[in-house]
Ligand binder design. Sequence first.
Ligand SMILES: Nc1ncnc2c1ncn2[C@@H]1O[C@H](COP(=O)(O)OP(=O)(O)OP(=O)(O)O)[C@@H](O)[C@H]1O
Ligand SMILES: [Mg+2]
Length: 263
Amino acid sequence: MNNSEDRAQSPEHRTQSTEHRIKTEEHITQSHALIRCDGIWKIYNEGKPNEVRALSEVSLSVERGKFVAIHGPSGSGKTTFISIIGSLERPSRGTITIDGKNIAGFSDAALSSLRRRRIGFVFQDYNLIPGLCAWENVSVPLIPEGIAKKQRKERAAGLLKTFGLDGRAEHPPEEMSGGERQRVAIARALVNGPDILILDEPTSNIDKESVSGLTDILNSLKAEGRTIIVSTHQETLSGNADVVYELTKGRITGHKDYNGPNL
Ligand SMILES: Nc1ncnc2c1ncn2[C@@H]1O[C@H](COP(=O)(O)OP(=O)(O)OP(=O)(O)O)[C@@H](O)[C@H]1O
Ligand SMILES: [Mg+2]
């Protein structure tokens, strides 16, 4: 055995080189992944007779600027999972890192600040506030930021205009169509300038024409460099995604990476 073979076989050398490889892999992963989920479990009512294992050992990573679809049938855990990614829910076990920071140890206040700065969430039923007009709904996330009403209105009106809703700014959600409500909800999710936009089943309550409008909106948000994560049980939107994860009974059962922008 020559010297180099000898060194290569020494346990000390193997440990060092393994460590070096792991560090290099970590570095590569961290430099690309905006969000990393490792071994995520969500167990509702744990230890009780009505315990539900909504997610089991879910691991995935989301690269910055990508459009990622979480595709799966009803009850597969999509809402649970994207609520955890969006830091609206905490996992029972597992870690989530955003920009390399493990958010598991964040206090509730730190999580809510992360959400306000970085994450826009569009709920399946939009969660708009009845009785408040469109611009007021859009500007709600600006209130905790201490922004004056005039600026709030200007910023909300600007976004509504982008989404073709300038004529609807003074109308409450009750007076709007499903597609219009959805665009108000997207405008609200974007009002704080988040780099991550998460939408829960955005195609389930709108017609074909509105789906095509939504696809255009998501394309232009992606072109601005935002990272988009959608949950869907339909193929419609996952056909536009860079990466599709299949979720079945709380587990990732498939992963297609279309390798770069294919919008
Ligand atoms: N708060 C909760 N308490 C107990 N069980 C829950 C709770 N929320 C969800 N579940 C259960 O967890 C599982 C996953 O639910 P989830 O809402 O994440 O599925 P989904 O894929 O979003 O379904 P859908 O397509 O119908 O919206 C289901 O069995 C559901 O009944
Ligand atoms: Mg759901």
